[in-house]
Design a protein around this ligand. Structure first.
Ligand code: GAR
Length: 210
């Protein structure tokens, strides 16, 4: 049975989708803990209701990024995770932290990377006149919102779209592809060759949403 630790900063809807998929699809894994850098992250309540261990490591209590990341890594390591899942965890991570979990840490980002790393992705996609937007699940590397791509889901940008409308359309896809990608990692189905992620059985790593 593998151990998964999920990091959140807020709502945690991707975390919820992963918890449900793990339960409903009987993954050979358990969600060992949900950890947040914010005590008021609403996702913590859901996790506690599910009987999942929760913890808060408040970044404001630390004087440096390094000190926060060191404490966070210590708290995560208590749960001996095989997989660490960043699910709306809105912190820039130090290289030391990323190296510690490299190869077993995934992130979801609400754009078709490498386009639009960082914030305000939906607004930037609309302003750029993109006809396609989407979400990317990737292995975490020290460079923000980079790293080998595990899965992408694409959605159309519709005439008159607002960032809110596009975000909602993309989020539906995040809830599909992120649990799938985490499951692949739990099942040891992924390999990275030359920076490119392959699925052992050639499963499609691209999906489309309306
Ligand atoms: C999601 O849209 C996720 O892609 C994004 O934050 C949201 C979190 O929602 N993450 C990033 O922008 C990271 N660069 P959630 O808390 O409901 O899962």
């Amino acid at each position: 049975m593998k151990s998964i630790v999920i990091l959140i900063s807020g709502r945690g809807s991707n975390m919820e989708a992963i918890v449900h998929a793990c339960q409903q699809e009987s993954w050979p894994a358990r969600i060992a803990a949900v950890i947040s850098n914010k005590a008021d992250a609403s996702g913590l309540r859901f996790a506690a209701e599910q009987g999942i261990a929760t913890a808060v490591v408040d970044h404001k209590a630390f004087t440096s990024r390094e000190a926060f990341d060191a404490e966070l890594a210590k708290v995560i390591d208590v749960f001996a995770p095989d997989v660490v899942v960043l699910a709306g965890f809105m912190r820039i991570l130090t290289e030391g932290f990323v190296r510690h979990f490299e190869g077993r840490m995934l992130n979801v980002h609400p754009s078709l990377l490498p386009a639009f790393p960082g914030l305000h992705t939906h607004q930037r996609a609309i302003e750029a006149g993109c006809k396609l937007a989407g979400a990317t699940v990737h292995f975490v590397t020290p460079e923000l919102d980079h790293g080998p791509i595990v899965a992408q889901a694409a959605v159309p940008v519709l005439p008159g779209d607002t960032p809110e409308a596009l975000s909602a359309r993309v989020l539906v896809q995040e809830h599909r592809v992120y649990p799938q990608a985490v499951r692949w990692l739990v099942e040891d189905a992924l390999s990275v060759q030359g920076g490119v992620v392959h699925h052992r059985d050639g499963h499609s790593q691209l999906s489309w949403g309306g």
